[in-house]
Design a protein. Structure first.
Length: 408
């Protein structure tokens, strides 16, 4: 008799104690980095406010630029540049040194840094224009700016999701059609069977950056793109590829993009409301010494950013849980679409290189935006137990090394 829990533990046992310890150390270190990043941002903002950097920059810009929107845009760009420079040592440690120390990165420093500069340029451009727009709403609608800003953010997110696969992602990676093969045909068949309007599968050269396996169905409104990275293709079996692609197709077929955008906008709405009601309280106590006149004063941007950061830091368990819910749904969809429970389990073991495999309950609730590897394998083995009459599921073609209990 097939026991899902025995099979789950059998798969878990294929991960050595050293590999699990390394994965745990990497993922748990990320908890501290979240806190450090948050506190670092608060300290930098406090220093800028205390030294009146914002007031001096605002006064200088008012003498050079008459339009309020462009004053705010240039101020925001200067703020992003300054915080980028101040935080560069931390960025280098987190994104380069630490990734190489755990064997997850492939790039040498200069190519990596070049991509960081490109990301900085894009985020500075988009961030400056967006935040300047928020200050327009604050000046014109001082009591309801938070609602207008959230509505504008929804439009921005949808435009970005539509444009990113076509205009931004190719700046960092090359997308080439996956060569004709049985696997390509199987992926397209699965896509068509689940209502995904794709006539091609793209291969992404992600191995130039890292060793992580990944795939996605990205885009909206006519820019749908089914893609998998070369690590997934080269490091996994066809069964694993089908399982991962089934999961990614689940996000599209279940229309997760719209509820995820809706959830993000609701969080932004709540965050903006938090800023609206807390900014004045903080300003009454410190605003005079900082030189800030009101929430509409662009010199108060560091405080604005800190308040938004505080809100999103506090709701991390809630935002993670929302994402984890949709990821669980996509897992179940993928199992039904690909019918590869063992492929799913093997893929989860690859993800365990940088995701803690078996966290505690509250640890998963607070820190995980995907189900843990143990729970994903357990879900796959439960699915398998209910489909043993299917020969494809009952007699999987598994690589060597998987315990006998997981193959029966």
């Amino acid at each position: 008799m097939f026991d899902p829990e025995v099979a789950t533990q059998a798969y878990m046992a294929t991960m050595s104690a050293a590999a699990r310890a390394k994965s745990n150390a990497y993922f748990e270190g990320g908890y501290w980095l979240q806190l450090i990043d948050f506190l670092f941002g608060v300290v930098v903002a406090w220093v800028l406010l205390k030294t009146r950097w914002g007031v001096k920059t605002r006064d200088w810009l008012q003498g050079k630029i008459k339009n309020h929107y462009w004053q705010a845009a240039v101020f925001t760009a200067a703020y992003i540049l300054l915080t980028f420079i101040i935080g560069l040592p931390l960025t280098i440690y987190e994104g380069f040194v630490r990734e190489h120390a755990y064997g997850l990165a492939n790039q040498t420093f200069m190519p990596w840094f070049g991509e960081q500069l490109m990301q900085f340029g894009i985020s500075t451009l988009l961030g400056s224009l967006s935040i300047a727009g928020i200050y327009v709403f604050i000046r014109r609608f001082p009591r309801t700016w938070w609602a207008w800003s959230a509505a504008a953010s929804a439009l921005f997110i949808m435009v970005f999701a539509t444009a990113a696969p076509v205009f931004i992602m190719p700046l960092f990676n090359k997308y080439t059609p996956l060569p004709q093969s049985q696997l390509r045909s199987e992926i397209l068949t699965m896509a068509r069977a689940n209502g995904i309007p794709a006539d091609n599968v793209y291969l992404v050269d992600a191995s130039k950056q890292s060793k992580r396996v990944s795939a996605n169905v990205s885009g909206m409104f006519g820019t749908i793109r089914v893609s998998l990275n070369d690590n997934l293709l080269n490091r996994t079996t066809p069964a694993e590829v089908r399982a991962v692609m089934g999961h990614e197709m689940g996000h599209y077929a279940l229309s997760h993009s719209l509820p995820l955008i809706t959830g993000s906008v609701i969080f932004l709405l709540a965050g903006f409301m938090f800023v609206h009601f807390s900014f004045g309280w903080v300003m009454q106590r410190f605003g005079h010494s900082w030189g800030i006149t009101s929430i509409a004063d662009i010199a108060g941007l560091p405080l604005f950013v800190v308040l938004v950061s505080c809100f999103f830091f506090l709701i991390t368990p809630l935002s993670n849980s929302l994402t984890r819910l949709y990821e669980t749904q996509a897992d179940l969809f993928g199992l039904n679409a690909a019918r590869e429970p063992d492929g799913e389990a093997l893929a989860d073991l690859k993800l365990a290189e940088y995701r803690k495999m078996d966290p505690g309950y509250w640890e998963e609730v607070i820190f995980f935006d995907h189900p843990s590897g143990a729970n994903r394998i357990r879900m796959a083995m439960r699915w398998k137990a209910e489909h043993l009459n299917d020969a494809q599921v009952a007699l999987p073609n598994l690589p060597r090394g998987v315990p006998e209990a997981a193959q029966k």
